[in-house]
Structures are given as C-alpha cells and as structure tokens.
Design a protein around this ligand. Structure first.
Ligand code: FAD
Length: 472
C-alpha cells in the first residue's frame, strides 16, 4: 500500500483522503486553513474560519448523487451529517401525486442529504477523525513539489511536497485537491514540467445569496423547481440542516442594474416578486447581509499534453481538475465521483509505474467525470447567452438542437411522469442528458410534449418590471 499526500482538505480532499485510507493507504491530508471543525452546526456556520474556500458560506446543494456516493462509500458521513442536523429531502415526495403517477421505491434515488456547506464539511471532518491511517493536518500550506532523479523524456517525477514552513513530506503519490484556485500549474512549472493545458473563462454569472431559518424547523414548501430560470435571472431554493435553507439570485455579471441586489432590502423586495418562491424568504435571516460571489471561473485542466503526462507522481482531483459556474449544484458530486474513480484506479493500477498511472488517470477522468463537466458547461453557456439576450430585449435562438431539446425536456417534465423522472435524474447528477434521452420512449415524449416550451407562461416579473423593482 502507498504513502499518499493529499493537498487540500476541502470536500474533494477529505473524501479522497477517507476513500484512500480506508483502502489501506497511509494518507496525510494537508490543509492550509488552521481552524479545526467546530463542535456544533451553528458554530460551524458562524465561526469556522475557512479563508481557503471562497464559497464556504455560499448556498450549496448536495445533489442526490452526493448522497448516493456517501451511502455506498462513506456511510458514516451520513450518520455524522444527520447527527449535526442534516435532513433527507426528496422532491418526489413533495410534488403532486398525479405528476409522478405515485411514489415508487426506485424514487428513493432522488433523495438528498442536505446541509449548509460548513455543516457538511464538519461531518466529513468528523468521519476523517475516525479513519485509521488518515491524518488531516490543518494549518499546513504546500508550497512546492519534491522531485527525484532526472526527468524521463522531460517529464519530472514527483516524490512528495515541501510546506511553506520548510517541512518535507515524502510520498509515493501526491493528490492535488487544492480547489478551483489550486497552484498546481505554478508548482509544476517550478519543477520544470510543461504547463497543463488550461481552458479558462469567466462564467459570467454573479451570485447573490442569503440563508434563512424557520421557527419550527420546517422547510418551506416547494412550488417549482429548485433552480428556476425567470427571464434574466434565476433563483435557487436550497433546503439545508436544522430548519435552515439557502436562497440565491443568479444574474449576469454584465447586468449592472442587478448589482443593486447587494443591498438586503433590494434583495428581499426582488425575491418577493417571484410568486412561486416568494414564501421562502419568510424565515429569520441567518445573516444581516447578502453573500455575493462574482468572477466565478469555468476552468478545466488537462495534465496529459501531446500524448504524455506533464509530470508523474501527482494527480489532480475535483475542482483542481475542473470547476464550473455552480448554479446546477454539481461540483461536490462531480468531485466525489472523481475521488471514487481515483480510489478504484489505484486498486488496479500500480503506483510503481507512474507514467502509466498518469496516463490512465487522464483516461479515467475523461470517461467518468468529463461528460458531466461538458454538459454543465453547455448548460451555462446557453443560459448566460439567454440572459444576455433578454437584457437586450431579444429572443434567444441559437439554432442548437441540444439547447432546444434541453428546454423541451424541462417543459415536458411537468407533463409526463417518466419524463419528470428523466429530468430529475439529470438534475440529480445521476445521468447526463444524452443518457436519459436514450431511455426507451423518452426522446419522443420530450419532442412531443415539450415542443411548445417557448409559449409557456413565466410566473415572474417582466424585464421592465424587474428593473423597476430592483431600482425601488
Ligand atoms: C458560489 C459557489 C456555489 C457553489 N455551490 C455548490 C452547490 O450548490 N453544490 C455543489 O455540489 N457544489 C457547489 N459549488 C462547488 C463546490 O464548492 C466545489 O466543487 C467543492 O468545494 C470542490 O471541492 P475541492 O475539495 O475540490 O475544493 P475546495 O472545497 O475549494 O477545497 C480546496 C482546499 O484546498 C486548500 N488549499 C488550497 N491550496 C492549498 C495549499 N497550497 N496547501 C494546502 N491546502 C491548500 C484550501 O484551503 C481548501 O480548503 C459551489 C461553488 C461556488 C463557487
């Protein structure tokens, strides 16, 4: 079994660390932020200092895929999360019976285990503390990669890391889980490696989020989708732990008027103008302000360039490999899938053949998580272009059959129980759109029932009304 160093103790680092240690490896997770997870959910929410994760207190949804992976791979995390107040939430239990032709046992796959991000991360950290062969060291920043020997055909081999305090940790494998702002490319350049290929663009979205709590521990009723496009903005209504929930308004970063949503009164007034979600703002706010996040990048890194790895002995997982605009709430699930894929690869591929291992990691990444990344990117690009067209008062008509079918799928979901399940499967990160559309009968129903998606009523203010509401 191998000695493995994981850089970063966020969701990807903690899940990777546990999966690898429970498979028999000796694992050290090195996390830059020094603070340990607090005891209670409210302390985690109010006081856990996690400067290394910009989005730490932003609204998060842990999709059904995340719950499914927890239950199959790390079931004690579910127990820890529920002990901290996480809830089980299944939209299939909340929609009218006739929409889904009755609840079926198989609909359990749409269940989420929901909690605020700091609470879910606390649960992961607690489970890590009970994992033999796993050490999570907080307050340790990795600043360099260590190499040994001459590079093979210009490809350096990594044998460990150096921390900013000068400590050297040797490892058979280094796993980079340092998140969307990982400095792995810079560290690779420093050891003489070629740069990974990077696709980078500003996703173009801005997030305006708030969290609330109910007096009686309940979550507001769901009257529409969790993510809803309303013309030039979208809303997110995300159930969390202990009678809390997160709400988000997503706008285009180009939409200068929407920047007024930074102001709490403006945010509240605007939220209440969307009739199907207005009631979600009736709880007690957890914070006095609006949490804002801009400059959210879509980033994708390829570490095999021109057929050969840029370095061996180091592999990237989760956001360090790729991250997108998070409106679909997929990052944690995709990162967890990636971590499972790494654990599985190390069961069959030898660390003693680092060139092959790097090559196979690239292939496994392309086969397992790449399709979800690409599908997310496609959705985001269309949604942003649609919003930007709406701002200019134009209809969005890209002439892209994939966009048409995605819109039709959403529209048809409300009209047929099987299409509803197919739609939810995509939202739940259980399948990619092309997979559900290939299921018997689904494509034909989507085309038939979803054809009129452009004519569907939108229960939201018009653009002009929205501008007036934001302006006050
Ligand atoms: C606004 C926003 C909202 C989101 N909402 C959702 C959502 O609803 N659902 C969802 O599934 N996903 C969501 N995501 C995505 C999700 O947060 C990420 O996919 C997830 O956190 C990725 O985990 P990670 O471990 O790769 O990175 P992170 O969780 O960012 O962790 C990286 C860790 O590495 C540490 N680190 C960095 N450099 C070093 C170093 N040199 N040495 C040591 N430690 C280091 C950092 O301190 C940090 O703790 C959202 C993202 C954003 C930006």
């Amino acid at each position: 079994m191998a000695r493995i160093v994981v850089i970063g103790g966020g969701i990807g680092g903690l899940t990777s660390g546990m999966l690898l240690a429970r498979d028999g490896h000796d694992v050290a997770v090195l996390e830059r932020d020094g603070a340990p997870p607090p005891e209670s959910p409210d302390e985690a929410w109010n006081g856990w200092e996690r400067r290394g994760v910009n989005q730490f207190r932003m609204i998060h949804l842990f999709a059904p895929r995340f719950r499914a992976l927890l239950e199959s791979e790390l079931p004690d995390v579910v127990a820890e999360a529920e002990a901290l107040g996480a809830i089980r939430y299944n939209p299939m239990r909340l929609v009218p019976e006739e929409m889904i032709a009755g609840y079926r046992d198989t609909d359990d796959e749409y269940t989420m285990v929901s909690a605020r991000r700091p609470v879910m991360e606390s649960a992961l950290a607690r489970a890590c503390a009970n994992t033999p062969r796993l050490e999570v060291r907080r307050g340790v920043t990795v600043s360099e990669l260590l190499t040994a020997g001459e590079p093979t055909n210009g490809v350096p081999h990594v044998v460990g890391v150096r921390t900013d305090a000068g400590e050297e940790l040797r490892a058979d494998l280094v796993v980079d889980a340092a998140g969307r702002r990982s400095s792995l490319p810079a560290m690779l350049t420093t050891i003489g490696a070629r740069a990974p290929e990077e696709e980078l663009e500003d996703s173009g979205f801005m997030y305006y989020g708030r969290h609330f709590r109910s007096a009686d521990g309940t979550i507001p009723p769901l009257m529409c989708g969790i993510l809803m496009p309303w013309g030039t903005v979208s809303t997110l209504t995300l159930p969390c732990d202990n009678g809390t929930w997160g709400l988000g308004i997503i706008a285009s970063a180009k939409d200068a008027t929407m920047r007024g949503l930074k102001d709490v009164d403006t945010w509240m007034r605007t939220w209440r103008s969307f009739p199907l979600v207005a009631h979600w703002a009736e709880g007690e706010p957890l914070d006095d302000d609006v949490a804002i996040m801009a400059k959210i990048e879509d980033r994708h890194r390829t570490f095999v360039v021109d057929g050969s790895p840029v370095a061996t002995g180091v592999l990237a997982v989760a956001d360090s490999w790729a991250c997108t605009n998070p409106s679909l709430g997929r990052g944690a699930s995709i990162g967890f899938m990636h971590a499972v894929a790494l654990r599985d690869l190390l069961r069959v591929a030898s660390i003693d053949f680092p060139m092959e291992l790097a090559q196979r990691w690239h292939e496994v990444t392309e086969a397992t998580v790449e399709p979800y990344y690409r599908a997310t990117l496609d959705f985001d690009r269309h949604r942003l272009a649609e919003i930007d067209a709406g701002i200019e008062g134009k209809a969005y008509d890209p002439g892209d059959p994939q966009y048409e079918i995605a819109q039709a799928l959403q529209s048809a979901a409300g009209k047929d129980p099987e299409v509803f399940r197919a739609f939810l499967k995509v939202a739940a990160v259980l399948a990619c759109p092309e997979e559900v559309l290939a299921e018997p009968g689904i494509f034909d129903k989507v085309v038939e029932l979803g054809a009129g998606w452009r004519e569907e009523p939108v229960f939201a203010p018009t653009r002009e009304e929205l501008l007036a509401i934001v302006a006050g």
